[in-house]
Design a binder for this molecule. Structure first.
Ligand SMILES: Cc1ncc(COP(=O)(O)O)c(C=O)c1O
Length: 479
């Protein structure tokens, strides 16, 4: 065996041949998506053999590798950008951002620090600045792009812990509703909190935190010597799109001395809508906000964002000194310049800001607003179809909030719970296997219900009607 290319390089002609083929593959994917199946399961035998492949010792033709990728992996992927993918929170990304990501990777940009006269850091500063402006945060605030909502929540709670507790987490308690995303519990474990330090507060019928239950819990905790330090509020729960009463929560937290973190990973996109941004009123008073541009801001994975009202808190929490990093301090000449490694966990960071900046520049904010408004419209349209069903087949459990709604089939209400759930799961699995659409169930008060999340701006009204009819037919076939 011999090494025939130990510099791991390609000639210009090789790069052109491979690069063009890869780009054509991407363009075919984007162009043909609405006609393609939403997903297709891989052949288990093929997958098993492929998984057993030993590491390749010799070089291969790049076009053969691309073909292998297309045939064995990409053809069978679940297309979360597909117009009929309604499960969880879809990821309806866009081509402009995909090219941004490709450029960031191809230039292998280090986005951890302001090194030299840095147009790169300037793009992140600008993009964060636009988000600060949209969310009503002032000049003194700061933020950074991270991998997603989980990491943004982790970063914000780490800052809250640092500012409010100064490292002493004994007896500290943190509060959030029972509708809060599971990432918060994971983040708390990482940050050293025990499960008993997390206070899960009940929510009302609309999925919003129950303020009187919260107050009672705070009083009883203080009486027992606990140290309440933070409230995590929701601006769009994953299950039903509920928004906690943000305008009340900010003064409440000020009175109670709590850090207010708002998890707007799901609902943050609503800030782009002229018609609906009022739903997020009060968010501008939070101490920190999680935003997840790879959800309802239409970016490819991974890009989350955390904003903090006082940028000094970020640096106080995360900045550490090291001899080999000292040069960063000498290359940041003025207040405008930021070493993002001082704001979060990562030192080496990919250039996530590029895709966000590029897509905003190419499409413009007005088109992003239109895309978000479409999500609202599609959820309301789905609700209308369900309620207008001629057989009164459906029961809307939670109406369209943001771009999510949940519903149930009345015929299943009459069946024993286990039988009804078996039918629902078989229905959803059947539809998934057909590749016609992707819908996932969730639970409300322990009961399994169907859920649609309609954030994809390329979804058409007929995709919604088709999917609801498909669900009805599949359930009826199993009754
Ligand atoms: C409300 C909320 N917070 C946090 C997260 C976690 O975000 P990510 O999956 O980007 O880590 C999600 C994901 O769906 C979410 O809906």
């Amino acid at each position: 065996m011999s090494a025939d290319n130990p510099t791991l390089s390609m000639t210009r002609a090789q790069m052109q041949r491979f690069g063009q083929a890869a780009l054509d593959t991407i363009i075919d994917h984007h162009d043909g998506l609405s006609e393609a199946p939403v997903g297709r399961a891989s052949d288990p035998q093929m997958l098993k053999e492929w998984l057993d492949e030993p590491p390749p010792m010799q070089s291969s033709d790049p076009l053969d590798v691309l073909e292998e990728l297309k045939n064995k992996a990409l053809a069978d992927t679940m297309n979360i950008t597909h117009p009929r993918y309604f499960a969880f929170v879809p990821g309806p990304s866009n081509f402009a951002s995909a090219i941004g990501d490709m450029l960031a990777s191809a230039y292998n940009i280090f986005a951890g620090a302001w090194l030299g006269p840095s147009g790169i850091a300037a793009i992140e500063i600008k993009a964060i600045g636009w988000l600060k402006q949209l969310f009503g945060f002032s000049n003194g605030s700061g933020g950074l792009f991270v991998s997603g909502g989980s990491m943004a929540n982790l970063t914000a709670i780490a800052v809250a812990r640092h500012v409010k507790l100064r490292g002493n987490i004994t007896n500290a308690t943190i509060y959030f509703s029972n509708q809060t995303h599971s990432s918060v519990r994971k983040d708390l474990a990482i940050l050293g909190f025990q499960p008993y330090q997390a206070r899960v507060v009940p929510s009302n019928d609309f999925g919003q935190i129950d303020l009187s239950a919260l107050l009672k819990q705070l009083d009883s905790d203080r009486a027992r010597g606990m140290v309440p330090f933070c409230l995590v509020a929701n601006a769009g729960t994953t299950n039903t799109g509920a928004i906690d009463p943000l305008t009340k929560l900010a003064p409440f937290c000020q009175r109670e001395g709590l850090w207010l973190h708002v998890d707007a990973a799901f609902g943050g996109g609503a800030i782009l809508s002229h018609k609906k941004r009022h739903l997020l009123n009060g968010i501008e008073q939070a101490d920190s906000i999680t935003i997840d541009p790879h959800k309802w801001m239409f970016q490819p994975y991974e890009i989350g964002c955390v904003l903090v009202r006082d940028k000094n808190h970020l640096a106080d929490t995360f900045s550490v000194k090291a001899e080999y990093l000292e040069i960063f301090e000498h290359t940041s000449a003025d207040d405008q310049q930021v070493n993002y490694c001082d704001y979060g966990v990562q030192l080496t960071r990919e250039f996530r800001a590029l895709k966000f900046w590029m897509s905003l520049k190419i499409f413009g904010l007005e088109n992003f607003a239109g895309a978000v408004d479409r999500g609202f419209m599609l959820a309301e349209h789905a609700q209308h179809i369900l309620q207008a069903d001629p057989d009164n087949f459906w029961r809307v459990c939670t109406p369209a909030q943001l771009c999510t709604l949940t519903f149930a089939a009345r015929a299943l209400d009459k069946l024993p719970k286990e039988q009804a759930e078996a039918i629902l799961i078989a229905t959803v699995r059947g539809i998934m296997a057909s590749g016609d659409a992707m819908v996932a169930p969730t639970r409300q008060d322990g009961k399994m219900v169907l859920r649609l999340c309609t954030i994809n701006p390329r979804t058409r009204r007929k995709d919604i009607a088709f999917t609801i009819q498909l669900l009805k037919d599949e359930i009826q076939n199993r009754l």
